[in-house]
Design a protein around this ligand. Structure first.
Ligand code: MN
Length: 760
């Protein structure tokens, strides 16, 4: 690492980075760090781990040319800043041995015991997870990681330290690789660190990501923060002095006040979210008051509020209501006489430790006497919730969606009329609250009283609201509900209710269809239903597990009643072709067909046949080559959606049918429409630059809309024609490399689309 980069990194480091560069120096730095919090612990396992890992990694070098062992030692160093125990330090030193060298788990168990072996095993498994694959894989991988995590949280803590060291030392990797790793970090590891409450690692990861993904903006923020540096330091010191003086006056003695600039990424996020310019962001600094007891926290708050006026709506009491990740603190923003605002956090020393180390604080060395046999999942309700979902939600897409909501949303706290507190994601509605109280209450919810006022079930809730749910026994969930609920619990309960209802309808329809066919042969469905031998014949022929499932399959149109009957009671009739079956099912003869465009017809294979009527989902406009899903629709053949389309997720999985792009279509070079949206810097010539790039890359522009967002950024919405998914991806990455383009996103086309939260 060059000195310049080291210096620059030190500007943003929260977690101290060692300045060591040889393995021995790195090892000594680790020992010094261990001496601080576990001076008396046995060092022999650590020495042994160092020797063993050094031998295993001997032939390897890092991209920088350093001996590989520097990396695991540095990771162990970061783990030691979280004050984790000896097995964690040993596992950190060994974390890459099984993955990258000839070392085996058996050997590690022999040398270091089963506890270290399990940790290394978990780390090896996580390192094999590739997050940039298709959504289904991603969900599966997340599931694996969650399971590894729930068994022993130390695995993910060590993994986060590993990622942090990799992010600090990526300068010798190619630009693409750096961007890919940074994006993965921003999508997965930083939110995870946040959820686990390890703010030190979270903030540094985010700032490092910003530096790699949006270098220009990163530089700009850095330049602006460091300019007028002395002026800003005076500003921080002024406030610090006033606070300290005032607290002393009221008899606070053992109290520390800190002031620091906020992280670059949080400034960047604020600029983007509120569409502000750097100059418009006033609270660039955060102040922190650390006091001995909880009582002192509230008293110190009183002192602050007596001196400066609190900003309405900005006071938060996370002491009375800790966040799910155990974070506790009082937050307030005050207005100073000159009109400036300052954000102030007040907490005790113990709370401060939990804030910095999050769940790691529970694993720290001093907590040796932890309850035996209690898995980490039992300690953290959040983790317990996820474990429950991963066993309940069989559909990987649904699981991923649930996890995203839970991982990325801040919480609000809402009260029941009896004073119980429930925590919900920030954008939760009254209906989400009803489902959080109980599924039955959610299903029967007709409205709510928020703070005594009648409100619709769609109402967004705020922290502190007191919510009373009104129910009616006649109420039933409607499809529309899915458009506004945000919690996974509400969503999955509504979906399962609608599916059950839909299945019952289909079962009745299927039974009617089968009955008609049976009557043609002078047979009675009642007779068949009475005989288990007969129903079993149908079950077997339909390849379902129950008679009802066979009826449902007929009702949905997945099975054809006469065909099934023929299989159960064969008649000497010429066999039908697939084409004829489809004819009779009415799949290709819609009552009122939506005219299929020529290029869509026979472009997609449905379960291997290319002669089924296919409609492309207008909501998501999939491109050839993209992962797709098909759904059987009555009278309109098969509708095809992108596999990530939110609408497709709402449809009944029982109607899912396997579809794939045909070879013809994949080789076809005709143009397909899709939508993209760009956020750009607002400068003359940007539109020209973008359209030139589009036309130079063979893209047709059908429609362009320009919106000026504010003085600094603008938004372009394009409807374009591209040849394929690869073509679109290539164009998006070229657009993103334009310096004036900040963000490019693929958009859906329908106007009434449900806003989908993205992880960025
Ligand atoms: Mn590693």
């Amino acid at each position: 690492m060059s000195d310049r980069i080291k210096k620059e990194l030190n500007n943003i480091n929260m977690i101290p980075a060692s300045t060591a560069s040889t393995p021995e120096e790195e090892y000594q730095a680790l020992l010094r760090s261990l001496d601080v919090y576990m001076p008396l612990a046995d060092r022999r396992p650590i020495q042994l781990a160092y020797e063993y890992a050094a031998k295993c990694h001997a032939p390897q070098k890092r991209a920088s040319g350093e001996p590989y062992i520097v990396h695991p030692l540095a990771v162990a160093g970061i783990v030691s800043t979280l004050k984790l125990d000896t097995p964690s330090i040993v596992a950190a030193i060994l974390h890459d041995t099984v993955e990258d060298t000839t070392a085996t788990l058996e050997e590690i168990e022999q040398l270091f015991g089963p506890e270290v072996k399990d940790l290394v095993d978990g780390l090896t498994k996580i390192s094999k997870i590739k997050f940039r694959s298709n959504e289904e894989k991603l969900a599966e991988n997340f599931r694996k990681m969650i399971i590894a995590m729930a068994k022993d949280l130390r695995v993910i803590l060590i993994k986060l330290c590993d990622r942090l060291h990799n992010m600090r030392t990526m300068d010798n990797l190619s630009v693409e690789k750096r961007k890919r790793i940074a994006q993965e970090t921003l999508d997965i590891y930083a939110p995870l660190a946040n959820r686990l409450g390890i703010y030190g690692i979270k903030s540094e990861l985010e700032d490092l990501c910003l530096r790699i993904l949006k270098f220009e903006i990163y530089q700009e923020i850095r330049r602006k923060i460091s300019s007028k540096r002395s002026q800003r330091l005076t500003y921080i010191n002024d406030i610090k002095e006033v606070l300290e003086g005032e607290l002393k006056k009221y008899g606070f003695t053992d109290t520390q006040v800190y002031g620091r600039p906020k992280h670059f990424f949080s400034i960047y996020k604020k600029m983007m979210e509120r569409h502000l310019e750097f100059e418009d962001i006033h609270d660039l600094f955060a102040f922190r008051i650390i006091v001995p007891t909880i009582k002192d926290c509230y008293e110190a708050l009183g002192v602050v509020h007596a001196m400066w006026k609190p900003m309405p709506g900005r006071f938060k009491d996370y002491i009375a209501m800790p966040k799910a990740n155990l974070y506790q603190s009082l937050h307030t923003t005050v207005i100073r006489p000159n009109g400036d605002t300052a954000e102030i956090q007040i907490r005790t020393k113990e709370m401060h430790e939990t804030c910095e180390y999050g769940v790691a604080a529970h694993w720290s060395y001093k907590e040796k006497g932890k309850a035996a046999g209690e898995s980490d999942a039992n300690k953290f309700s959040w983790l317990r919730q996820i474990m429950q979902w991963q066993s309940e939600l069989k559909d990987p897409d649904e699981f991923l969606e649930a996890l995203k909501v839970d991982l990325f949303d801040e919480e609000i706290f809402v009260f029941t009329p009896r004073g119980d507190v429930l925590s919900l994601p920030q954008s939760a509605t009254a209906l989400d609250f009803a489902f959080a109280v109980h599924s039955d209450i959610g299903i029967k919810c007709i409205g709510v009283k928020v703070n005594g006022q009648m409100s619709p079930i769609k109402k967004h809730l705020k922290s502190g609201d007191i919510v009373e749910v009104l129910t009616s026994t006649h109420q039933r969930p409607s499809k529309d509900w899915l458009n506004f609920v945000v919690t996974s619990k509400a969503r999955s309960k509504i979906r399962s209710f609608l599916r059950t209802e839909q299945r019952e309808k289909s079962r009745k329809l299927g039974r009617d269809l089968l009955m008609q066919e049976l009557e043609k042969r002078r047979m009675s469905i009642d007779d068949i239903e009475r005989s288990q031998v007969e129903t079993q014949k149908f079950v077997k022929a339909a390849r379902e597990s129950q008679f009802d499932d066979a009826l449902i399959a007929i009702g949905y149109g997945r099975l054809n009643a006469p065909e099934l009957l023929n299989r159960v009671y064969p008649m000497p009739e010429p066999k039908e072709t697939m084409q004829e079956q489809i004819h009779r099912q009415g799949l290709d003869a819609p009552a009122k067909p939506e005219k299929p465009s020529k290029s869509n017809f026979s472009s997609i294979l449905v379960s291997g046949y290319d002669d089924v009527l296919v409609t492309i989902g207008k909501c998501c406009l999939p491109l050839p080559g993209e992962p797709i899903l098909g759904f059987i629709t009555r009278g309109r053949g098969v509708t095809v959606h992108r596999s990530t389309c939110p609408r497709a997720l709402d449809l009944d999985p029982a109607r899912k049918i396997q579809v794939e792009w045909s070879k013809v279509q994949l080789e076809n070079t005709s143009m397909h429409r899709c939508g993209i949206s760009l956020r750009t810097q607002e400068k003359p010539g940007v539109l020209a630059e973008v359209t030139t790039l589009l036309s130079n890359n063979g893209v047709n522009v059908h429609k362009a809309e320009v919106k000026i967002e504010n003085k600094v950024t603008g938004i372009f919405e394009f409807e374009i024609g591209v040849k394929s998914l690869q073509h679109l991806e290539m164009v998006i990455s070229r657009l993103e490399s334009l310096p004036s383009v900040l963000e490019v996103q693929r958009t859906n086309m329908t106007k009434n689309r449900r806003p989908r939260r993205s992880s960025r």
